[in-house]
Design a protein around this ligand. Structure first.
Ligand code: PGA
Length: 258
């Protein structure tokens, strides 16, 4: 079970450090790690502050929300994997639906990012998910299949096991309309089956997170589903109390599943 906080375009370095210190202080030891996915400009401050938390990375770590697959060069406005590693990142989101929809990132580009992240030792949290129009047109499975095939086809079987997948139905992101546990589990089950077709039974070891309007109130029923292995949370991750409550619910669901 993994709890990933997608802060999106929120928090200055100072705010991120304040959050980190309060969260680290309140976080009980558990088997459920938290990853804070911060804006680029907050990473240096998080890197400095992290030294003081004394918490093992297995419990609390941080990363970025995007990067570019090239090492260096004429790519104005972009940030490389090495630049994230320099600031202590362990994870990076790849292909969030806002990157796909607002910034026009294609399946092919995302495929290059996923493989480069793994080569560099960053864990990519690779996001997939359908829009409401696609769901209503009966295209859920074809959309997920396309996103998985094009996004992950460059990975070797060994590299595959170093990624995290996040299923985020676009209609549930930031809308307050959460997928029901049954809807989410059905999609996760489909993703798991598809991953098994790609790499065999070891796909059972892959973490598939659910994202889209997850809150402390609905987290337990979602996280208890057999194929849901954690959460990628936007809005409800911005306050320490709320993320801590989400962590408690994830721990409760994880214990039940053991
Ligand atoms: P939300 O965002 O929790 O605010 O719906 C989730 C995400 O976009 O990752």
């Amino acid at each position: 079970m993994l709890l990933a906080a997608n802060w999106k375009l929120n928090k200055t370095g100072r705010e991120a450090v304040h959050f980190l210190n309060n969260y680290a202080q309140a976080l009980p030891p558990s088997d459920v790690p938290t990853v804070l996915l911060a804006p680029f400009t907050a990473l240096p401050a998080l890197c400095d502050a992290f030294e003081g938390t004394k918490l093992p990375r297995a419990q609390l770590s941080y990363g970025a929300q995007n990067f570019y697959f090239e090492e260096s060069g004429a790519f104005t406005g972009e940030v490389s994997a090495d630049m994230l590693l320099e600031h202590g990142c362990t994870h990076v989101i790849v292909g969030h639906s806002e990157r796909r929809a607002i910034f026009g990132e294609s399946d092919e580009l995302l495929g290059k990012k996923v493989v480069r992240a793994v080569e560099k030792g960053l864990v990519p949290i690779f996001c997939i998910g359908e829009t409401l129009t696609e769901r209503e047109a009966g295209q859920l499975e074809s959309v997920l299949t396309r996103q998985l095939d094009r996004g992950l086809s460059r990975l070797t079987n060994e590299q595959f096991l170093k990624i995290v997948i996040a299923y985020e139905p676009v209609w549930a992101i930031g809308t307050g309309v959460v997928a029901t546990p049954e809807q989410a589990e059905a999609a996760h089950q489909f993703v798991r089956t598809r991953l098994k077709a790609m790499i065999g039974e070891s796909a059972n070891k892959l973490s598939i997170l659910y994202g889209g309007s997850v809150t402390p109130a609905n987290a337990y029923s979602l996280m208890s589903q057999p194929n849901i292995d954690g959460a990628l949370v936007g809005g409800a991750s911005l306050k320490v109390d709320s993320l801590m409550a989400l962590h408690t619910e994830c721990v409760r669901a994880a214990k039940e599943k053991q």
